[in-house]
Ligand binder design. Sequence first.
Ligand SMILES: Cc1cc2nc3c(=O)[nH]c(=O)nc-3n(C[C@H](O)[C@H](O)[C@H](O)COP(=O)(O)OP(=O)(O)OC[C@H]3O[C@@H](n4cnc5c(N)ncnc54)[C@H](O)[C@@H]3O)c2cc1C
Length: 519
Amino acid sequence: MFDYIVVGAGSAGCVLASRLTESGRRSLLLLEAGPRDTDFWIHVPLGYGKLFARTDVNWAYESEPEPALNDRRIFTPRGKVLGGSSSINGLVYIRGQREDFDGWAVPGWGFDDLLPYFRKSEDQSRGADPWHGVGGPLAVSDLPRHELCDAFIASAMALGIPRNDDFNGATQEGTGYYQATASRGRRCSTAVGYLRPAEKRPNLKIEVDALATRIHFRDRRAVGIEFRKNGEIHTVRAGEIILCGGAFNSPQLLQLSGVGPRALLERHGIPVVHDSPGVGADLQDHFYVRTFWRCRKPITLNDDMMSLRRMALVGLRYFLFRQGPLTVSAGHAAAFVRTRPDLKRPDAQLYFINFSSAKRGGVLHRHSGFTCAVSQLQVESRGSVHLRSADPAAAPAIRYNYLATENDRRVMIEGLKLVRRIVNTAPLRDYVRAEYLPGPGVQGDSEWLDYCRGMGETVFHPTSTCRIGAVVDEKLKVKGLRGLRVIDASVMPAVPSGNINAAVIAIAEKGADLVKEDA
Ligand SMILES: Cc1cc2nc3c(=O)[nH]c(=O)nc-3n(C[C@H](O)[C@H](O)[C@H](O)COP(=O)(O)OP(=O)(O)OC[C@H]3O[C@@H](n4cnc5c(N)ncnc54)[C@H](O)[C@@H]3O)c2cc1C
């Protein structure tokens, strides 16, 4: 019997496990389906690529065929390890825009309500200011500078995009370098930042390789969790159960336990505890399309990986000094831009990456090359996550429903055209040998849209499948039931503008305070 059971030791779950046990007065069981985060590549930022499709630390889902993407299934990595997706993610530290949180229009969840939690979580290497905090568990630091990134930023500025050295400060708009959730060249997942200092506490018990399979209810109160470990079924009881399984697994566990749309549950022969149509509905994600460029100068990571000598030097530099390309992950430089001048805030994020590969996480191209990608920020399309089977070990059916609205299509087309303009502007233009993909065959809007349909993928920011208002209330309690909360990416009413790990962590920090208030 515990005071709390937290299901899922991901970005949010590790925050909850740490904050709810820090007083020493409450006991907590943290259940994680994956293993401990001992794998070497988890802690090396560029190791992200190595973990992309590994099924021992990654759920490695495939979506259902996407109607707007030529019926392609979209490969969908998710962390399955202590730290969850924060152990395998791209380390990019972005919070989103004030208007995102204010636009949720939920009392207590506006930007000014969340800013103290962004600051509380943060250990900003540049020091504290009104936007940033120091001394928090999440290390945030600068990336190394690179000639090609400097050229990208200068070209964007030549087109009138303002310089911005802090996308998480007064405004997100502009071009500059990303910051990363890393410290001295090592990844700072929530397992590293939050859990490691907490895990020796006698009131915290961590079970890894433990898949939660069902929530037990008595009189509409959640009273326990059934989990499977080493082939055996265990049942544990708690005063309160907190689901932190992420935007795919939290709705899945609710549905497996009889909380979800009635027709879906009945189709799978699951007794209905609470008919809640919003569970698994309203999935949002950022859609992402890459363009590839051949580079004139052998200064890309592709070049490093083509030469044994250079590869050895990269490794040596990292092991001796924790410096160099291995300290950079999924994004290096960026631009947050408005695709139409009449807009009040950026609606597209451009990623600049100093390498290129046909498949993400796959081998790099055998030529000097870089990548410039686009992602829409304020997505309108919504999809769903629903059980495919009543077997808790089976993957759920993920339907992103990308590009479902005219504006979603238009922003991607305009963003990609802007990428081409930036790359063809000096000084970056002088580094370009050729446009590798899409190439000169793509010119008109319909050709760009076809390119999106053929190339587009997820950039891994699923949210909103147990959103505040529909499934949980403002205190993140599951509506219509007692003793049960969801605290993770799935409660966001809409996906924020940019990478979402920082926002998940801020939500978990606030969620921990809400749980403590009730206790
Ligand atoms: C490849 C990749 C790259 C990304 N890059 C970035 C980036 O650069 N910047 C950024 O800000 N964001 C990035 N993200 C997104 C960000 O990391 C996630 O949105 C965030 O980590 C989600 O946090 P969460 O707590 O909701 O879920 P997760 O961190 O995914 O945690 C869920 C945890 O619950 C566990 N779990 C699930 N079901 C069960 C069960 N039934 N029983 C027990 N345990 C269970 C899982 O194994 C997992 O550990 C990326 C994500 C991925 C996958």
